[in-house]
Write a protein that binds this ligand. Structure first.
Ligand SMILES: NC(=O)c1ccc[n+]([C@@H]2O[C@H](COP(=O)([O-])OP(=O)(O)OC[C@H]3O[C@@H](n4cnc5c(N)ncnc54)[C@H](OP(=O)(O)O)[C@@H]3O)[C@@H](O)[C@H]2O)c1
Length: 310
């Protein structure tokens, strides 16, 4: 949890949450860090969202339903579930033994074949990847640049886009990061620490058909898209910011409704969406996980194992 804007996260005892009307209480088994958690912990969302301190950090969860509030129809105690905490305002999070979420948003059953370890790292990054790839709608054989491909969202987006037949150009340093992205379906990797534009132009001299922007300079990425192409950003970049470039720009906002959660769970169950977990932390180690997340070089997800089954 975090006690004030930008304070170092710490582990602390808090009262167990109780489910209200339409809410479901879950014993969390696994969770993971997202860019969102890092921004929240760093105080970067101050003034943008209502904060109720202490703020319990964490958006992703997988676990078991222990209690349901009045009016809940779709879930029962004992059921295995996963999802994304998506409540208005900030206060409740999933880096704890229990989390309470509304039945109607951010919650889905865990399908057979998907374990807690996988489901706990799937939520926010998975739905953001799906929303980004859907926003671009890459056709078979189209070239797609993914900037930020080594991160949680990025490594899922590579897999989803490659499965649709796109030729994916992914940002990654040569070595293990690039090797992993090739394994996940990237046709080419380009190193964002070097001259990105020159490397992409060598592969796609007329520009790429689309770009998913998860990190890096948005204008550099947008300039690599062929006129009339598509550009999707998860970091709030909109058409106005990209000036009079001839691009179809989507500002992605990932909403964890039941349809998208079921979709990513189905992809995971079919082994078409495979999380790469760089490291797993215990709950006590979450402050260290934040430090590691903010250092560059992590590929894929940082997981948090919380329950005995996690
Ligand atoms: N709008 C939404 O609904 C939504 C949902 C989910 C996430 N997001 C946002 O999407 C972004 C990505 O999320 P995430 O969880 O995947 O974060 P992440 O795991 O930190 O991934 C970001 C990746 O970008 C890489 N990177 C850093 N600088 C780069 C550059 N100049 N060019 C290319 N790659 C670069 C980082 O690698 P190195 O540092 O090792 O280079 C890292 O692997 C975050 O800003 C997050 O807040 C938005």
């Amino acid at each position: 949890m975090s006690e004030s804007f930008g304070a170092m996260p710490e582990v602390r005892e808090l009262p167990e949450p109780t489910p209200g009307d339409g809410e479901v209480k879950i014993e969390v088994q696994t969770s993971s860090l997202n860019g969102y958690d890092a921004k929240l912990a760093g105080g970067f969302l101050a003034g943008e969202l209502e904060h109720q301190f202490p703020v319990v950090l964490g958006r992703d969860f997988a676990g078991i339903v222990t209690e349901v509030g009045p009016g809940v129809r779709g879930f029962m105690p004992g059921e295995k579930v996963f999802g994304v905490v998506a409540k208005p305002g900030l206060g409740d999070g999933s880096f704890g033994e229990y989390v309470v979420v509304p039945e109607e948003m951010g919650l889905a059953p865990l399908p057979a074949g998907v374990d807690y370890r996988c489901a706990g790292v799937l939520g926010l990054a998975g739905i953001a990847a799906l929303a980004s790839v859907d926003a671009i709608g890459p056709g078979h054989g189209e070239t797609l640049l993914i900037s930020g491909a080594t991160g949680g969202v990025g490594h899922y987006a590579v897999q989803l886009a490659a499965a649709r037949g796109a030729t994916v150009i992914a940002t990654a340093e040569a070595g293990p990061a690039a090797d992993l992205l090739h394994e996940l379906g990237a046709a080419h990797t380009v190193d964002h620490r070097a001259d990105l534009a020159a490397q992409v132009r060598q592969l796609a001299p007329d520009g790429v058909d689309g770009a998913i922007h998860l990190a890096g300079d948005p204008e550099t990425v947008a300039d690599l898209v062929t006129p009339g192409g598509r550009f999707a950003s998860t970091v709030g970049v909109d058409a106005e910011q990209l000036g009079d470039r001839e691009l179809n720009v989507s500002t992605v906002e990932a909403i964890p409704d039941r349809i998208v959660l079921d979709h990513i769970a189905t992809e995971a169950a079919a082994d078409r969406l495979r999380p790469s977990i760089a490291r797993t932390y215990l709950l006590d180690e979450v402050p260290q996980a934040f430090t590691d997340f903010n250092n560059s070089g992590t590929v894929g997800k940082l997981a948090v194992a919380i329950g005995s089954a996690g």
